[in-house]
Design a protein around this ligand. Structure first.
Ligand code: NAG
Ligand code: NAG
Length: 209
């Protein structure tokens, strides 16, 4: 009997000492990969690593889109490293727009906290799903699909987005086309857009080529 008890006791001790890794706060000096950033030494981790205050302040919407996206991705909020989630704040002024974009690495859940936001996405089957959301309402945007948000109504709108990855990625369609060095002849050929329109948009967004 005694050996069994000793065995159980030692098993208990060994499991309670097993190295369960509760968290992996990002060491941003390392590089991000499919498994995230390397971990900060646990002894140097503090409460502050699990808190991000950057979404409490409104983003600056004095810009060409009349809106701001403030990210709380792993690069800004190292505590989310390895946890498979992150967040962002959307401030959209009257008439403002978060242009068509995708998050290659994450699903998105949008929660409207002020005003009204008309949001939508386009599926792989080219079906368009659009809804105007009011305070307290949620909408999901499946991973990788083109989507947008615009302020509906005459007042400023605020929303918070939750992502299913610490690094959701962000690719804005118009920036990819017209703020890059993708050549005008090839944009024209691959999008069927008029060259004059391509040049005009490049002038606005700073593209070259
Ligand atoms: C917002 O951005 C604009 C344009 O860059 C700038 O002129 C303005 O000072 C900024 N406002 C604040 C409060 O930072
Ligand atoms: C665009 O610019 C980048 C960075 O300067 C360069 O590496 C790339 O080759 C350029 N692409 C084209 C198509 O010019």
């Amino acid at each position: 009997m005694l050996p069994h008890i000793v065995f159980l006791f030692s098993l208990l001790l060994s499991t309670s000492h097993a190295a369960v890794q509760d968290f992996c706060v990002a060491d941003l000096k390392g590089s991000d990969g499919p498994a995230g950033y390397p971990c900060k030494t646990p002894a140097t981790v503090t409460s502050d690593d699990f808190v991000f205050a950057g979404l409490s302040a409104p983003g600056n919407i004095t810009n060409i889109i009349g809106a701001a996206v403030t990210p709380a991705f792993v690069g800004q909020f190292p505590g989310v490293n390895g946890l498979g989630l992150s967040a962002a704040r959307l401030d959209i002024g009257p008439g403002g727009v978060i242009p068509l974009h995708t998050h290659p690495g994450a699903n998105e859940l949008l929660i409207v906290t002020q005003g009204h936001i008309t949001a939508g996405f386009i599926s792989s089957a080219s079906t368009v799903y659009i809804k105007t959301l009011k305070k307290g309402e949620l909408m999901v945007f499946p991973q990788g699909l083109l989507h947008f948000q615009v302020a509906a109504g005459k007042t400023k709108a605020i929303g918070f987005a939750i992502f299913s990855s610490a690094s959701p990625g962000l690719q804005i369609l118009d920036f990819a086309l017209f703020a890059s060095n993708f050549s005008t002849p090839l944009i024209t050929k691959t999008t069927f857009l008029d060259p004059a329109l391509v040049k005009k948009l490049k002038g606005v967004l700073g593209g070259s080529g």
